[in-house]
Design a protein around this ligand. Structure first.
Ligand SMILES: Nc1ncnc2c1ncn2[C@@H]1O[C@H](COP(=O)(O)OP(=O)(O)O)[C@@H](O)[C@H]1O
Ligand SMILES: [Mg+2]
Length: 386
């Protein structure tokens, strides 16, 4: 492995020693000489082939300004801010300065090393991507349709519906389809599809300044079917830094690169992911034939109505439907004031078998009732398209 060359921009001796000590015994990190001022720093970064720049937030007036200048001037280097305290404001400044991360003083050596490693990896990856850019991509309309799947109660089958809808869209239309896991609390699309993501939405947010319709591709995980997936992070605490602006940037990038964008939404109304409602062509609200679930969906409809959400975007789906259900579908329609557009039968045995084998339901049971329901949904939602 090539050594990662690191420079420290910090005029405070004590802090600098602290950082140098933390990195002293890492054999794949090499420190370059320390500059006294910004001008000297630029010269060293240029001549010594530095990979990662650690900037103290107070360096040269504002470390954030320095980071911004450096990340514009040296696109092949990663910048990390060293900060005394962290808050939403500093996080925001850091993100838009082009810095890859913010590390708190006193430094935790493991965290710092990990951050340097990741920042370097992601920067080199972007370079590589731009070098290889423009490989023969499938052409899309440039205006992908967004379908979101929502339910305010867990366990109703949001993830099941979203994954199988995305797979059916891919199979029936042979167009470009991406599935996004925006369930920032309980994201489990990866589990449902049995994939191991290398990158998650958090990596996209870390690099949000560079995100466009080409670059976003490098964060996706491939499912063997050909479906592309943007996975959620397993660490739910990091999701606090995701805001609605990020989500809009991500959705716009996907809209221009894909024909269909399917979203497994959060199971609550959440400021960050709310733009997805607005971007959606159709919003699938999933209920099961149980009182609690219907009540929850009723509440969700009330909230959406309060927002003046267009009624015609709402598609009610009754999932896990069976003959001996608690409530009849007529009664559910009366309670909700909406027709049930799609019914998906309960099929516990086959669903369990498909989960155990890691093969998505509609792939394993392509002639089943459920698979037919999805084919019908795809027909309906793509009807006005060529
Ligand atoms: N139609 C169905 N028949 C049988 N089991 C289902 C059906 N839909 C979903 N499930 C199962 O119910 C459980 C909860 O579904 P999931 O999609 O994870 O819910 P959510 O994402 O809404 O929390 C999962 O084990 C899933 O496989
Ligand atoms: Mg889920």
């Amino acid at each position: 492995m090539d050594k990662i060359k690191v420079i420290i921009l910090n005029n405070n001796l004590e802090e600098r020693f602290e950082i140098e000590n933390a990195l002293a015994n890492i054999d794949y990190i090499e420190m370059v000489r320390t500059p006294d001022d910004f001008e000297e720093a630029q010269a060293i970064i240029d001549s010594d082939l530095v990979d990662v720049i650690l900037v103290s937030s107070s360096f040269n007036g504002s470390g954030y300004d320095v980071a911004e200048k450096l990340s514009t001037e040296f696109v092949d280097k990663a910048t990390i801010i060293i900060e005394k305290e962290i808050n939403e404001d500093s996080m925001y400044q850091a993100m838009f300065s082009g810095a890859k991360d913010v590390i708190l003083l006193p430094v935790k050596p493991n965290k710092l090393v990990d951050s340097i490693y990741k920042a370097n990896k992601i920067t080199k990856k972007r370079l590589e991507f731009h070098r290889k850019s423009d490989v023969n991509r499938k052409k899309t309309s440039g205006y992908g349709q967004v379908f979101s799947v929502f339910s305010t109660k867990g366990g109703t089958g949001k993830t099941f519906f979203a994954t199988n809808l995305a797979l059916s869209l891919l199979k029936e239309t042979n167009k470009k389809v991406v599935l996004i896991d925006f369930d920032l609390d309980y994201g489990n699309v990866s589990l449902a599809l049995d994939i191991v993501p290398k990158f998650t939405i958090i990596d996209v947010i870390d690099d949000i300044k560079s995100v466009d319709s080409d670059y976003i591709e490098t964060f996706l995980t491939n499912h063997e079917s050909g479906l592309k997936v943007l996975a959620a992070s397993k660490e739910t605490n990091v999701n606090d830094f995701i805001n609605s602006e990020h989500i809009q940037i991500i959705l716009k990038a996907f809209q221009s690169a894909y024909d269909y964008v399917v979203i497994d939404m959060s199971s609550r109304f959440n400021d960050a992911t709310n733009p997805a409602f607005i971007f959606s062509e159709k919003l699938f609200l999933i209920t099961t034939p149980e009182i609690m679930s219907v009540k929850n969906i009723k509440g969700a409809i009330t909230t959406l109505t309060d927002f003046n959400y267009p009624k015609n975007k709402i598609n009610i789906v009754l999932n896990k439907f069976s003959k001996n259900s608690d409530i009849r579908s007529n009664d559910i329609e009366k309670i909700l004031g909406y027709d049930i557009l799609y019914k998906i039968p309960d099929d516990y045995l086959k669903v369990t078998a498909s989960l155990n084998q890691g093969i998505p339901y509609i792939q394993k049971y392509s002639r089943s009732e459920i698979a037919k329901s999805f084919i019908n949904i795809v027909k309906n939602i793509t009807i006005n398209q060529n």
